[in-house]
Ligand binder design. Structure first.
Ligand SMILES: [Zn+2]
Ligand SMILES: [Zn+2]
Length: 278
């Protein structure tokens, strides 16, 4: 049975569910099962399912644009390991840029803040994603790959494969990793990314490769003296998926309404979110 590339994450659902069950079992054995909460996990799963539906719709809506750019591609690229590795590295770099922009541009933060809104960190946190990502133009970041010459179907497979690998950095089970965090994103580094402690804000944007954070100066290692506090600076109350999904958009609407003049309105829509909710 073949898997449609845009259904890769749904096809991997059994792996994700088994990993969450194993993580819960291990945490329970260590007396740390409060790191899971039924309502929090249920909210994460509901958001993941809604996001899968919206992502599929966005993919079908934007596919003609990807196909058009690929038709006018700069180079012809043959399938094979070298081109797969090149695509993986290029897409991971674009993911880094998308993720960094999602923390620096409030319009994009409105979608991405959903992923940061849980005060817990476990494998299910990886599933807490906004169905409104298409509004934040996530898909636009992959367009250059089609123009360069990569097949659109390879691109979507790589994007989803990258996201699938990121599932495994959402855990408090493992520490350390030493020099591995020079090259790869690790649970320790990603915990720092999810922390709302002032000194940990806006860092460790890596998807799979941590090299981008080292190259662009956004890497912060966890200080053992300062444990991570998870969530957003301005907490999102409750675990109603609808409320969680709309919290920052509502805040943007209210802030923009109260803005005086076009310049201030523009800043509240597209300026850094730090001034408001992070
Ligand atoms: Zn983030
Ligand atoms: Zn995350």
């Amino acid at each position: 049975m073949s898997i449609a590339p845009d259904s890769l994450l749904l096809a991997l659902a059994p792996v994700f569910i088994a990993s969450m069950a194993a993580e819960y079992w291990l945490l329970r054995r260590r007396g740390l099962d409060e790191r899971y909460a039924m309502r929090d996990t249920a909210c994460n799963i509901a958001l993941a399912l809604a996001q899968q539906a919206s992502d599929k719709a966005a993919w079908f809506a934007t596919l003609p644009l990807f196909a058009c750019l690929h038709q006018h591609r700069l180079w012809h690229i043959d399938a094979g390991w070298p081109s797969f590795i090149a695509l993986f590295i290029a897409q991971d770099l674009l993911y880094y840029l998308f993720h960094r922009a999602s923390h620096r541009v409030r319009w994009m933060w409105a979608a991405h803040s959903v992923h940061h809104s849980s005060t817990r960190m476990n494998f299910s946190t990886a599933l807490r994603q906004s169905p409104l990502y298409p509004l934040a133009a996530m898909w636009a970041f992959w367009l250059p790959l089609a123009w360069v010459g990569f097949e659109p179907v390879w691109i979507i497979t790589t994007v989803l494969g990258n996201l699938a690998l990121q599932f495994f950095v959402h855990t408090t089970l493992f520490d350390g990793f030493g020099r591995l965090s020079l090259i790869l994103n690790t649970p320790s580094a990603h915990r720092v990314h999810h922390a709302c402690n002032a000194r940990y804000l806006d860092c460790n944007y890596a998807g799979v490769l941590m090299i981008w954070d080292h190259l662009f100066g956004s890497y912060i290692a966890q200080d053992p003296a300062e444990p991570c506090r998870f969530g957003t600076v301005k907490p999102v109350p409750g675990n109603n998926p609808w409320t969680v999904m709309l919290a920052e958009w509502r805040q943007i609407l209210s802030d923009t309404r109260r803005a005086s003049g076009a310049k201030q309105r523009c800043r509240r829509l597209f300026g850094p979110p730090a001034d408001y909710t992070k």
